[in-house]
Design a protein around this ligand. Structure first.
Ligand SMILES: *[C@@H]1O[C@H](CO)[C@@H](O)[C@H](O)[C@H]1NC(C)=O
Ligand SMILES: *[C@@H]1O[C@H](CO)[C@@H](O)[C@H](O)[C@H]1NC(C)=O
Ligand SMILES: *[C@@H]1O[C@H](CO)[C@@H](O)[C@H](O)[C@H]1NC(C)=O
Ligand SMILES: *[C@@H]1O[C@H](CO)[C@@H](O)[C@H](O)[C@H]1NC(C)=O
Ligand SMILES: *[C@@H]1O[C@H](CO)[C@@H](O)[C@H](O)[C@H]1NC(C)=O
Ligand SMILES: *[C@@H]1O[C@H](CO)[C@@H](O)[C@H](O)[C@H]1NC(C)=O
Ligand SMILES: *[C@@H]1O[C@H](CO)[C@@H](O)[C@H](O)[C@H]1NC(C)=O
Ligand SMILES: *[C@@H]1O[C@H](CO)[C@@H](O)[C@H](O)[C@H]1NC(C)=O
Length: 432
């Protein structure tokens, strides 16, 4: 444990504050950006396909805007381990071996990711790492991988897994930590694919760098709305070194309108989810590419000063704190290096105007005015005084704004910039 973590833990103990220590071991301080093979290709992967997608990540300019990882998902392995119990890549589809693949990826400037499972078998029936954690961690490192996605299928039970769900993941977390210490190499980034079981957002940060909070994403509005709704209640779990993983960026596979696709990308980016592209890049269209390359949103996802997620300040259509998987919270904000970020989601099936008072967001100072930057049109949209209205936000569409302090608000306005509960020193109530 680094000295500052010990101090933190000791202080927390003294003060009686419960604390979740993050896995702040030098890697994955910020969300991982990259590519994953699963959504477009499922089990139909081989070394050439992976390298083709990696080359497209480069030639399409995705690597240049920050997507620096390329990850395999399930089905890379042989069904049987070797005589000595090590994992073996599929002899036909990965005939050149994993060192060749990671070597090629590294030469292109990518980090390489592999997939495993915390149970007996992976979800597609390949060998899982339960009771092989140290051996497999060593194999992944020997093969040159930088990242491990670790799934939750085929769970051992009863007397075999008395450690519980936390312990099941802790085993590989410990193996990776141990390996980094003994080998003195950069720790492998540990990504829990745990689907939000047993409140993973309460303990994931002490075990890994990201944790899936929901099941697999489908490319349709209902799936997006449901994932956004679920995650709206647990945004506090996200920070530097550990974060809610809302699953892959499911663009360009059909099923979403252009506005829904923008909403998808905005919510994932501003909620600081890892952003792993799951598109067949050989067939990607310009509109999808444009969304994935929104550098202003990517900069906020990768904010090195403010690690927290945006959170809802008003649900809008529903009363505050309503959980509604088809109609999530509409009005969100959060801090960033350069100002307060706002995200407005029109959950309705028709265009609508969306209004908020600036001080509904805790990051806004009353009595100040704010310059408004539209993070989709990439324009400066004047100055907001006390409130802002986004006009005719499309059905299932999104607005992303960056508000920067632009000094005291103009004189001559009603005395109170807070919308409720202002008083003079002599106790007289003052209306906003
Ligand atoms: C895998 O091992 C099992 C026995 O554990 C054996 O029956 C099977 O033939 C092996 N499969 C291959 C492809 O070697
Ligand atoms: C991978 O294998 C190919 C074909 O044998 C070879 O040309 C290439 O140099 C190898 N790359 C690495 C990084 O080993
Ligand atoms: C990916 O796109 C290419 C080019 O359109 C196409 O030939 C290929 O079949 C696609 N693969 C899948 C799995 O959709
Ligand atoms: C803040 O603004 C600077 C200058 O435009 C930019 O380089 C940086 O990426 C921005 N940071 C965030 C988190 O948006
Ligand atoms: C929005 O703020 C302006 C002052 O900038 C004020 O005149 C207007 O009444 C406010 N609108 C609402 C709906 O509160
Ligand atoms: C910001 O200004 C641009 C350019 O005029 C406009 O297209 C966009 O709708 C405005 N954004 C908002 C949220 O009003
Ligand atoms: C916005 O502020 C005005 C007072 O300026 C208040 O009447 C209104 O209820 C507030 N609206 C919201 C949504 O907070
Ligand atoms: C209280 O103070 C306000 C100014 O802040 C003034 O307008 C008002 O007359 C005062 N009321 C009393 C009862 O003194």
């Amino acid at each position: 444990m680094p000295a500052h973590s010990v101090l933190l833990a000791a202080t927390a103990l003294l003060l009686g504050i419960p604390t979740v220590l993050t896995l702040s071991n030098g890697v994955a301080r910020l969300p991982v950006l990259g590519y994953n093979t699963w959504n477009a290709f499922a089990c139909n992967i081989d070394q050439d396909l992976v390298l083709t997608q990696a080359k497209l990540m480069k030639s399409l300019g995705l690597q240049a805007v920050g997507y620096t990882h390329v990850h395999l998902d399930d089905c890379w392995a042989d069904k049987n381990r070797s005589a000595s119990g090590t994992l073996v890549p599929d002899q036909t589809r990965f005939s050149r071996g994993m060192n060749n693949l990671t070597g090629e990826l590294h030469a292109m400037g990518f980090n390489a990711g592999i997939y495993g499972d915390s149970g007996w078998f992976t979800c597609a029936g390949y060998p899982g790492s339960f009771e092989h954690e140290a051996q497999d961690a060593q194999t992944f490192q020997d093969w040159g991988f930088d990242y491990l996605k670790y799934d939750n299928c085929n769970i051992p039970f009863d007397d075999i897994i008395r450690e519980g769900m936390v312990g099941k993941y802790q085993r590989m977390s410990d193996a990776l930590t141990q390996l980094a210490q003994t080998s003195r190499k950069t720790p492998i980034i540990f990504s829990l694919c745990q689907w939000g079981w047993e409140q993973v957002w309460l303990w994931g940060a002490s075990v890994g760098h990201s944790w899936r909070t929901t099941g697999d994403i489908s490319p349709n509005w209902d799936a997006l709305a449901s994932i956004i709704n679920f995650n709206s209640f647990i945004t506090q779990a996200t920070g530097f070194y550990g974060r809610n993983d809302m699953d892959m960026v499911r663009l360009g596979n059909g099923g979403l309108t252009y506005d829904e696709a923008k909403t998808h990308f905005t919510a994932w980016a501003l909620m600081k989810s890892p952003l792993l592209i799951g598109t067949n890049l050989s067939a990607i269209d310009d509109a999808t590419l444009g969304i994935l390359k929104n550098t202003e949103l990517l900069a906020i996802n990768q904010d090195s000063v403010q690690g927290s997620s945006v959170s809802p300040f008003r649900w809008g259509v529903n009363p505050d704190w309503t959980s509604d998987s088809s109609s999530p919270a509409q009005y969100w904000s959060g801090p960033s290096e350069n100002g307060t970020v706002f995200m407005l989601i029109n959950t309705l099936a028709e265009p609508s105007d969306m209004f908020f008072n600036l001080t509904e967001s805790p990051w806004i100072r009353a009595g100040r005015q704010y310059s408004v930057r539209d993070l989709w049109t990439h324009t400066n949209n004047g100055t907001a005084v006390r409130n802002f209205t986004a006009r005719a936000v499309p059905e299932h569409g999104v607005v992303a704004l960056l508000l920067k302090d632009a000094g005291d608000e103009p004189t001559g306005l009603t005395p109170c910039a807070v919308w409720d509960n202002c008083a003079s020193q002599n106790g007289t109530a003052v209306q906003g």
